[in-house]
Write a protein that binds this ligand. Structure first.
Ligand SMILES: *[C@@H]1O[C@H](CO)[C@@H](O)[C@H](O)[C@H]1NC(C)=O
Ligand SMILES: *[C@@H]1O[C@H](CO)[C@@H](O)[C@H](O)[C@H]1NC(C)=O
Length: 542
């Protein structure tokens, strides 16, 4: 009898625990939804429909001057976050629905990409084309509104950008293109060189558009960049798959030898893996594998005294010294390595697959270590928010005078790098690692970071406030941290979306692929890729 009572009590306690957990999960998602709605409403009330918005002064402007029409920079980037939150929200579903339909109406009646300005091919592709395509995908999935509005706009925009790939002899586009005339422009600095990560981060979007429309011209165009990039430079043998960050578009040759996984380098690696995840064509996995072996051999190191694993930079090429500087941007690598190892399966399942090998095991361990390091870049800062760049203690760098030093001594922050742009990369990796392990510690880390954003970026607005001017931080080291007057579209498009996904259950990471701006696309099925010669890789090494 006693035993049964004890058992009963244990069962009751366990059920209570489960109920508590699911309540607390609902409450956390609800808090993130409220932060989104508060930040969004502050924009819609004071900044609508401008591309650039300053939440403190309430100033607004468009990307290419005040006479220029808006590109939908903040609006288009935010649609799919609202669709995802709408789909799983318990309390705010009607609010999201209202906003989604309002935005759809704006896209249909106001958004016009016939603009006589030269736009960044990369930024416009990842934010606008990516945003429209995932809005198409999700509004169709969720049966809300009219998905064809987004597809028509996406196709129009892609057609305006397509000449960029015809305008050079190599197929590697110049940095900008005029959306009205179709004329391309070289980068105005850096000798006209294009950033490596920019022209290698267009492929998921254009390929998905080919898959939807059945027209392979988008797919063919974006794929052209790889053959010259790899073959002209002997990228695999000479550079170990680690591409310097600038390329001359007319010749495909590298400018300089600077190798890093931060700005201008990052998403080159990301899109190698993600093209494999998108269409399961092994060429891209093989290229990714070469690069990751290069990363492990040439860029990974550990801090003193506590051995935080980081990815450094080789400013003077692979045989120059390793700099221990790491951009917050590099923090996407934990999630990427984890997805590359598991292909979106839970780690225990992935380890049972025929594809599992020692290289994937190494990638996985590195993924966990890097994500921990990136979490420490928040946790060890008194405000709880990471700076834009840290310099790890490698016991070599001599002059650290005037730099802030972390309490445990593992990293420094230079005064000029102490800002926080509400970037997503760390919560992105945390989201992936959580769903691939179900280890509660990742949710704890994500919640801690969200609360720091609420407190400092959101200036401790109350949950009952209808609006809240979430803003970037100019100095995370000041007490209290000082605010900047700006909000980036990726706060709504990425950071809050990844946080929200972290607190959802049943996310299937093997059926979707996120572009570099967190816009999800469904994977392209083997039926689609094997259909005639349409949608598959059209190049190989000579
Ligand atoms: C939308 O919600 C349903 C029900 O919770 C879920 O099964 C589905 O996977 C969700 N769709 C997406 C794209 O998240
Ligand atoms: C296969 O291609 C044909 C035309 O080439 C097209 O009509 C059909 O919809 C395609 N099927 C799939 C599954 O994409």
């Amino acid at each position: 009898m006693l035993f049964t009572k004890g058992l009963l009590a244990a069962v009751v306690a366990y059920i209570a625990f489960l109920v508590y957990q699911s309540h607390s999960l609902d409450n956390k998602r609800n808090a993130i939804e409220l932060a989104f709605l508060q930040s969004w409403r502050d924009y819609t009330r004071h900044g609508w429909d401008a591309d650039v918005y300053r939440p403190i002064s309430k100033a607004k402007s468009n990307m290419y001057g005040s006479d220029s029409k808006p590109l939908g920079w903040i609006i288009v980037d935010s649609i799919d976050s609202m669709l995802l939150m709408y789909n799983s929200s318990r309390k705010n579903q009607e609010h999201f629905k209202t906003e989604i339909l309002r935005v759809e109406d704006w896209v249909s009646t106001k958004l016009d990409y016939d603009i006589d300005v030269s736009v960044s091919l990369f930024e416009t592709t990842i934010r606008m084309l990516g945003g429209l395509l995932s809005a198409f995908y999700l509004s169709d999935e969720m049966n809300i509104g009219d998905p064809s509005i987004y597809l028509a706009k996406a196709t129009d925009l892609a057609n305006r950008m397509l000449p960029a790939f015809e305008n050079t002899a190599t197929g590697i586009p110049y940095s900008s293109i005029n959306l009205h005339t179709g004329v391309s422009e070289k980068n105005h600095v850096d000798d006209g060189a294009s950033s490596t990560a920019e022209f290698t981060t267009l492929q998921l979007e254009f390929k998905y558009l080919s898959a939807i429309t059945g027209d392979d011209k988008y797919w063919r165009a974006v794929e052209k960049v790889y053959k010259p990039l790899y073959e002209e430079n002997n990228l695999i043998d000479t550079y170990k798959g680690l591409a310097p960050i600038y390329v001359y578009p007319d010749t495909a040759s590298f400018r300089g030898r600077n190798v890093r996984l931060g700005s201008r380098g990052d998403s080159f690696y990301e899109y190698l893996l993600k093209q494999y995840l998108q269409s399961h064509e092994t060429l891209y996995y093989d290229l990714y594998r070469k690069s990751m072996e290069g990363v492990k051999q040439h860029l990974v190191s550990k801090s003193s005294p506590n051995g935080l694993v980081y990815i450094g930079e080789r400013e003077h090429g692979l045989f120059g010294p390793l700099s221990s500087k790491m951009d917050h941007l590099v923090c996407f690598m934990g999630g990427l390595l984890a997805m590359g190892a598991t292909e979106g399966l839970h780690i225990s399942k992935a380890r049972e697959q025929a594809f599992w090998d020692t290289k994937r095991e190494e990638d996985w361990i590195l993924a966990e270590e890097l994500t921990y390091t990136c979490y420490q870049m928040y946790h060890q800062i008194p405000s709880g928010l990471a700076p834009e760049i840290v310099v790890f203690n490698d016991q070599i760098s001599s002059s650290t005078h005037g730099w802030w030093k972390s309490e445990k001594g593992d990293f420094y922050v230079k005064p000029a790098d102490a800002h926080n742009l509400q970037r997503p990369e760390t919560v992105e990796s945390i989201m992936f690692l959580y769903h691939l392990t179900k280890d509660q510690k990742y949710r704890n880390w994500g919640w801690e970071i969200f609360q720091a954003f609420q407190k400092h970026s959101g200036q401790s607005c109350k949950p009952s406030d209808a609006e809240c001017p979430y803003t970037c931080i100019s100095n995370v080291l000041a007490d209290p941290p000082t605010k900047a007057d700006n909000v980036e579209s990726f706060w709504l498009a990425e950071t809050l979306k990844y946080l929200h996904l972290l607190f959802q259950d049943d996310i299937d990471l093997s059926s979707i692929v996120f572009n570099t701006e967190a816009h999800p696309f469904p994977i392209i099925t083997p039926e689609q890729t094997k259909n005639g010669t349409l949608l598959n890789t059209g190049w190989s090494f000579d």
